[in-house]
Design a protein around this ligand. Structure first.
Ligand code: IPM
Ligand code: MN
Length: 362
């Protein structure tokens, strides 16, 4: 197979974790006989620092031309005070829209051996395995009108969803659930918001076409609590853009570290693959960041953008095997006396297992 992959390292720990994912993709290419042409492009704060807009035209063009895009992170405290046009995050919002990737798949599962790695009780979280299906190109992130009054005494955003936008993301959730444990939990705030009432109505209509999938609805506040107290009950969690953003960080706490979580933006052109964590500026440049979120995003890229299922499975097995062998980056170290490995060492462990074809237990 021949494929072009646009790499957008971006800001903070983005370049480190992108390099880790690139190493693993090259290893996959070697082992399976594929040619991946990978080119890097500037985005976010890195672009702003070079005097460019957050999403330069040539970066946009390269992403549109590629078979898939892998992004590290955007976000830079140096640009925290600017308006939307001058912020690193704007690049990502524009890119999601440009590519039309309306569905964001955010799988979150507790890897064997990491049950006691996080803030929650091991017996509560052991075996938790969910897929957050987050709407990615609508809702309050994009709704107009939006703005800040000149005197900065008020500001406003608009949460808006149309029927077709809700229908298509709901279909992705029900299709995903059909291939999993056949449960969809739809998240909204229908006791307060009109957009949520429409959301609930449309999701219920779509759900009627999937009689084998059980649907329930949760208010987002209750869902946040249940995620912390009983995460095992969740299979597919369907949510709008803002609620999905918030709940997926909480899922990071459930699985032990936000650094573990990958995501796939699908439904549009190619696909946009990005770890769920951000740029973590305080961690940057120390080779301490966990590369698993980015590497698992590369696995999702192989599966969803390139249809390379055996290759994606091989990467996920390699991650599980490296963790089972006891390798832990600093974010995952809880046991006293256990020495954390660097991000690049973790990437090396995973790449070596991809090369050897690690079995699940190895
Ligand atoms: C995420 C991030 C982004 C989002 C930011 C960086 C714009 O938090 O992908 O979860 O809010 O979507
Ligand atoms: Mn987020």
């Amino acid at each position: 197979m021949q494929a072009t992959i646009a790499l957008l390292p971006g800001d903070g720990i983005g370049p480190e974790v992108t390099a880790a994912a690139e190493l693993v993709l090259r290893t996959v290419g070697d082992r399976f006989g594929h040619t991946f042409t990978m080119t890097s492009h500037t985005v976010g704060g890195a672009a702003l620092r070079a005097g460019r807009p957050p999403l330069p035209d040539e970066t946009r063009a390269a992403c549109l031309a590629a078979d898939a895009v892998l992004l590290g992170a955007v976000g830079d405290p140096a640009f925290d005070r600017g308006s939307s046009e001058g912020r690193p995050e704007t690049a990502l919002l524009q890119l999601r829209r440009t590519l039309g990737v309306f569905a964001n798949l955010r799988p979150a599962r507790v890897w064997p051996g990491l049950e006691d790695g996080g803030a929650f009780k091991a017996d509560r979280v052991a075996g938790a395995d969910m897929l957050i299906v987050r709407e990615l190109t609508g809702g309050i992130y994009y709704g107009e009108p939006r703005g800040m009054a000149d005197d900065r005494r008020s500001a406003f955003n608009t949460m808006r969803y149309t029927r077709p936008e809700i229908e298509r993301i709901a279909e992705i959730a029900f299709e995903s659930a059909s291939a999993r444990r056949s449960r969809v939990t739809s998240v909204d705030k229908a006791n307060v918001l009109e957009t949520s009432r429409l959301w609930r109505e449309v999701v219920t209509e779509v759900g009627a076409r999937y009689p084998n999938v059980t649907l329930d609805h949760q208010y987002v506040d209750a869902c946040a609590l249940l995620l912390a107290t009983n995460p095992k009950q969740f299979d597919v969690v369907l949510s709008g853009n803002l609620f999905g953003d918030i709940l997926s960080d909480e899922a990071g706490a459930v699985v032990g570290s936000l650094g573990l979580l990958p995501s796939a933006g699908i439904g549009g052109r190619g696909g946009l693959f990005e770890p769920v964590h951000g740029s973590a500026p305080t961690l940057a440049g120390r080779d301490a960041a966990n590369p698993i979120g980015a590497i698992a995003s590369a696995a999702m890229l192989l599966r969803h953008a390139l249809g390379a299922h055996a290759e994606a499975d091989a990467v996920e097995r390699a991650i599980g095997s490296a963790l089972a062998a006891g390798h832990r980056t600093a974010d995952l170290v809880t046991a006293r006396g256990r020495v954390p490995v660097s991000g690049s060492a973790m990437a090396g462990e995973i790449a070596a297992r991809v090369k050897d074809g690690a079995s699940p237990e190895a």
